[in-house]
Design a protein around this ligand. Sequence first.
Ligand SMILES: Nc1ncnc2c1ncn2[C@@H]1O[C@H](COP(=O)(O)OP(=O)(O)OP(=O)(O)O)[C@@H](O)[C@H]1O
Ligand SMILES: [Mg+2]
Length: 250
Amino acid sequence: MNDMAAGNDLVLELRDLHVEVEGREILRGVNLSVRSGETHVLFGPNGSGKTTLLMAIMGFPRYRVTRGGVFLEGEDITALPPHERARRGIGMMFQRPPTVRGVSLEQMASICSRDDVDVGAVAGELNLTDFLARDVNHGFSGGEIKRSELLQLMAQNPDVVLLDEPESGVDMENLQLVGKAIRILLQKDLRRRRRKCGLIITHTGYILDYVEADQGHVLCEGAVVCTGNPREQLEGIRKYGFEECAKCTR
Ligand SMILES: Nc1ncnc2c1ncn2[C@@H]1O[C@H](COP(=O)(O)OP(=O)(O)OP(=O)(O)O)[C@@H](O)[C@H]1O
Ligand SMILES: [Mg+2]
């Protein structure tokens, strides 16, 4: 772990997680543990099951758990619906969130809000003030959608932060805003009392320039084939590709 002061308690645990989508097995026995204060990243080729993993942690019924389960602070939450998991402090930023007509971004952020978050101020920090009155994600560009997702997540202020490719499609200037927002979400500038933990999917690893991660996992064909130092993993993937990475026995 990078931060000695971070907590040590197990917060999120996936035990032998098998998940099926439309009758097809996508996750084939994933074990993964995230402790209080830790940030983990998840790498893997397109179609390897990364989004499926986050959707299953969030509990969307389409992602059917056929074996194993999801545990939050030791409690089996596999049978809980998504809104219950959100109430218990799990929050997710989607890779491809839906457009919600008839609900403005400001209303949605207020609905998501667990504490007294100043939505207007957070929107300002994310360069989204002009978007508050618009329907959620309606006509937003790719990068604007990412920031809109972050705004809703910051309003929710979850304890377990799941991010599906937060930096993809975001330009260099906005990348800084996104990085800063994720640092706030994960309490990265709080050293002693940091509790929040995160699991971040990334292809590029750009986010590692803003948010240091404690562990990385490489997912291939629905199974974790490597757990280790995320920067070393990224270097390995860049040099040798995922196929070679999966063969590595280091
Ligand atoms: N509704 C569905 N019906 C059939 N197959 C599905 C469905 N949803 C997901 N899949 C399949 O599950 C596999 C894993 O998809 P997933 O979205 O989890 O991949 P990913 O690792 O997030 O990929 P990417 O890097 O492209 O985002 C893919 O082959 C996908 O086509
Ligand atoms: Mg995905």
